[in-house]
Every structure is written in C-alpha cells, then in structure tokens.
Write a protein that binds this ligand. Structure first.
Ligand SMILES: Cc1cc2nc3c(=O)[nH]c(=O)nc-3n(C[C@H](O)[C@H](O)[C@H](O)COP(=O)(O)O)c2cc1C
Ligand SMILES: [Mn+2]
Length: 498
C-alpha cells in the first residue's frame, strides 16, 4: 500500500535507508540546491534538512530522486506495475465467466472507492493563521538558482474548481513568493488550472497543499484530461481514497493530512511579472505576466515539514516524476493508438522535446500516422521530435535507436516537418507557443513506401549462441559484467513482400 501521508512516507524512507537527516544549518538560498544536485546525480537519498536557515520548518527534498523511491512512493515493484492498475480499468470488458465477473466487481469497487472522502477534521488544520497572521517568510522556501527572481515554492498541489461545472483540478505550478501573503501562480497556457482561471469572472478561489502523500503529489504533476480529478486518480493509484477537509476561508476541499495549506484567491487580470526561474528546460525562463495569488489563510500541522524540489538542467529529481508518467500513461496511449508497442521520453529531452515510439507497422505510411497521433494526444501534442521505430527495437536503448535512425533513414524520404503547439517555456521557437515538429521514420520501408530490397540484419545463429553460452566459463575470458549474448533483432520481413 502506498504511504498515507508525508510522515508515513518519511518513516518508510527511513526504514528503507532512503533518507538522511541533515542537522547543520543550511541555507535554502542556493546552498540546498547545490547539495541536492550533487545528491541526485549520485543516486543518493532523500534529504530532510532539519535546520534550514531562517525557518523553524524542516525542508524535505529529493523524495522522488531515484527509480526505487518512485516505486516505493507508488507502492509498486516496478513503475509498469502502477500502469497495470490503470490498464485494468481502461480495458474493462463485459465479463464472460463468474471469475471474470468477480474480478470486474473488484475493479468497479476500486473505482467507486477512489473519489476523495470528506472528513470533518484534518491534521492540516491543527494551526490556523488568518489574514495578517500569515507570513510565507516563515517557510524555508528555496531560491534555487543564482538568477532566480525570488524564492519559489516548487512542489505545490494547486487546487481549483472549473467555474462552469464545478469540477476540481489539482496541478503542480511553481509559485514565486511576492511578499508575506502573495505569490505568483505560474499555470502555463495549456494547463487545466489556467483554463479554470480563464473561465473565471472576477475572483477565483485557490487552495495550495504542501507536503502531501507522495501519490497525491505525483498526481498533481500527471497530465490527466481536464475532466478527471487528480485526487480521484490519486485514490485509484493508492488503492485508498484521499481524505479531504473543507478549507477554513475558501469553499474548496484540501487534503486532510497535508503539512501546510495556503488558501486564497486570484483576481482576473491582476497580473505580475513572474520569473526569471531556472527551469527544467535547463535555462532561465524569461519574466512573463502571471496571476497574483493572495493568501487568506495558512493552515498547518504542528511542526509542519515543507516539501521542495529542484528543477534545472536534466537530470534532476523531477526525472522520476516524468518517468512515472511515461510508464503510467502507456496503457492510456495504447488505448487510443493500439499499434504502439512502447514509448520513451528521454530525460535529457526535458520530456517534451523528444518521443521515441515503437510500432507494429502494418501498412504504408503507418509511422507517419503514429507521429500525427502523438502530436494530437494530450500533452504529448507539445512533443517537438517524434522518432518511430519497429516493434522489435527497444525504445529505452538509445544506442539501438540511434542505430536504426542512421541505418533505416533516407532523410529525403523519411523526415516529416510540420507545425503545432509548443511548450509554453520553449525558448528556441520562432514564436512563443507555436513550433515546427520533426518526425523521423526509422522503420523498415516497404516497396510501397519507396524502399528498395531491404537487406537482412546480421545476427548469430541460435545454435552457436547456445554453444557459447554453455562453454563460456571454459574460455577463461574475464568480462566486467556477466557476458551478454548478442541481442537478437527481428526485422519484420513480412513487410518487405507488400
Ligand atoms: C516539479 C514540477 C514543477 C512544475 N512546474 C510547473 C509550472 O510552474 N507551471 C506549469 O504550468 N506546469 C508545471 N509543471 C507541470 C504540471 O504540473 C503538469 O503539466 C500537470 O499535468 C499540470 O496539471 P493540469 O494538467 O491539471 O494542469 C511542473 C511539474 C513538476 C513535476
Ligand atoms: Mn488536470
């Protein structure tokens, strides 16, 4: 079972040897970033800074920084197991047998149990500060990079409601501290919180939960369709509903076990210059107008722990939040485009710059069809470059992918250039929000696609591989790792006959 709140999560991390408490006073202004960057790069532990300079609240960072911790957070052995939970729901078919009926009932129950549960009291309201009692300066908010405009809250779950239909949204949008009771709200153009704001007349209430259980924190970063409540999604992933309580000054529900909650509002058209901020693009994003969030109440647990994350030039801690999304959303991607076998969003490509996708190719032009499907699919639409390979290629093995991009591509025939929406923060595009798109078809080309006779790929025969496997010890050859048989690659020769 996934952890129920941040304390439970910290206890689990400690039991698993995945957390270090840092006792000396450390400055949230830049110093924490440099410590975390080194720790992340070394695959090191989560860090609980017990004495951040200038604050009484401990600062938790790098909770998601390795694959193992991301799996622990989700309560799974492998990230693909979290995807399986969702695949079950997506693939629900009318049951054929009694056994299937029972399984179906269990799945229905898990969906029915996943909406948040409204409870009367929450530890997040043990301390209630209102109006001018609120002082964001009490929190150890990090200034991450030397060029950042101010301290930024980097791991918030921002809760809004769609003014038209009342549906909840939870998104992770950085918040620049503007003063004791105000921040900026950096919801970008394509995001759901931004859509709620764009639909609001006058004032819109907002609540921000800080220090939630790790599945809820992850869910705030997940690219769900607008009508899906991230708290319900978190309940489904956790296998247990998220408890919520009513806010004290807003008509919004907030996670009952959050460490800290900021309640308040944004006004339509009250904007402030937000940024610069050293972001996951690896560059400082330029200052741009974003709404001002006014805080009307700050509620807390006693001894509240403040959560943070450092983003910057990849890889950083958010790499694993992104990889979790890549794995968890594979079943949803395949539900729409079933010929997709697998996909990979390279961390170094900041996720939206590149998508490698393998397909079961069945007809001429199929790779192009899949590129356009990616460019039409949710947040994947912002992908700048799509590389398509055949089903036998391991999309996570960049060396293999590079091999096929070289060997199977005639750039005059196999490169697609088109246009589409661009990530809000992409600085390289000619115009903001709009960019070129690059597609590379690295599949085997059939004659119908202008392929000449495709030669056979080199591979050792099975009997010799087995022979050498059996005799390996005898040869007395020392290798660094266990000797690997040369991978077998099967090109789809069937296609060549089309
Ligand atoms: C650490 C972190 C920081 C993020 N900061 C922002 C941000 O400042 N603005 C933004 O629009 N998206 C940001 N994102 C991405 C959004 O959280 C993500 O797109 C999410 O799907 C938004 O929720 P929504 O789909 O309900 O809008 C961030 C993601 C992570 C993991
Ligand atoms: Mn959403």
């Amino acid at each position: 079972m996934a952890p129920s709140d941040l304390r439970d999560w910290i206890a689990l991390l400690e039991r698993e040897g995945e957390l270090v408490r840092v006792e000396p006073e450390v400055d949230p202004h830049l110093e924490v970033t440099e410590i975390v960057s080194r720790t992340v790069r070394a695959g090191g532990p989560a860090l609980l800074f017990e004495n951040p300079k200038g604050s009484e609240h401990p600062l938790l960072v790098n909770q998601f920084g390795t694959e193992r911790r991301m799996c622990l957070a989700l309560g799974v052995e492998r990230l693909d197991d979290a995807a399986a939970k969702l695949a079950d729901v997506l693939e629900m078919q009318p049951p054929q047998s009694l056994g299937e009926k029972l399984r179906g009932l269990k799945q229905l129950k898990s969906i029915a149990d996943s909406p948040p549960r409204l409870v009367r009291k929450g530890t997040c309201q043990e301390i209630v500060l209102r109006d001018d009692e609120v002082d964001l300066g009490r929190l150890p908010v990090q200034t991450c990079w030397p060029g950042d405009a101010a301290p930024f809250i980097t791991l918030p779950a921002v809760i809004t409601r769609d003014p038209r239909d009342g549906r909840r949204n939870v998104g992770m949008y950085r918040m620049q501290v503007l003063g004791p009771r105000a921040t900026a709200m950096h919801w970008q153009l394509h995001k759901d919180g931004r859509a709620d704001y764009d639909r609001a007349d006058g004032r819109m209430e907002v609540a921000v939960a800080l220090g939630v259980d790790p599945v809820t924190a992850y869910s705030a970063s997940a690219p769900l369709p607008k009508h899906i409540d991230e708290l319900m999604f978190a309940g489904l992933l956790r296998g247990d509903a998220v408890d919520v309580v009513k806010g004290v000054t807003v008509d919004l529900e907030v996670p009952a076990h959050a460490e800290i909650v900021l309640e308040g509002y944004v006004n339509r058209d009250e904007l402030v210059e937000e940024g610069p901020f050293g972001d996951h693009t690896g560059y400082y994003t330029a200052a741009e107008p974003f709404p001002v969030f006014h805080v009307t109440a700050m509620t807390m647990r006693r001894d509240a722990i403040y959560p943070s994350i450092v983003v910057g030039k990849p890889p950083q801690e958010d790499a694993w939040l992104g990889k979790a999304t890549e794995r968890i959303f594979l079943p949803a991607v395949r539900a729409t485009v079933p010929e997709i076998v697998d996909y990979d969003l390279p961390v170094a490509g900041a996720f939206h710059n590149c998508c490698i996708v393998s397909i079961r190719k069945a007809y001429p032009g199929h790779a192009r069809k899949v590129m356009h499907a990616i460019w039409g699919l949710g947040m994947l639409s912002l992908t700048k470059a799509v590389i398509v390979v055949d089903d036998h290629v391991d999309v996570h093995d960049y060396e293999q992918v590079t091999f096929y991009v070289g060997a199977n591509v005639d750039p005059a025939r196999d490169v697609v250039l088109t246009e589409g929406p661009a990530d809000h923060l992409d600085h390289a595009t000619v115009r903001q929000f709009l960019s070129g798109k690059l597609g590379i078809d690295a599949t085997v080309k059939t004659p119908a696609e202008g392929g000449r006779e495709w030669p056979a790929e080199i591979a050792m025969s099975d009997d010799v591989r087995e022979l050498v496997d059996g005799r390996w010890a005898e040869y007395g050859i020392e290798t660094a790792g266990p000797p690997r048989a040369t991978p077998i690659r099967h090109s789809s020769t069937k296609l060549l006959r089309q």
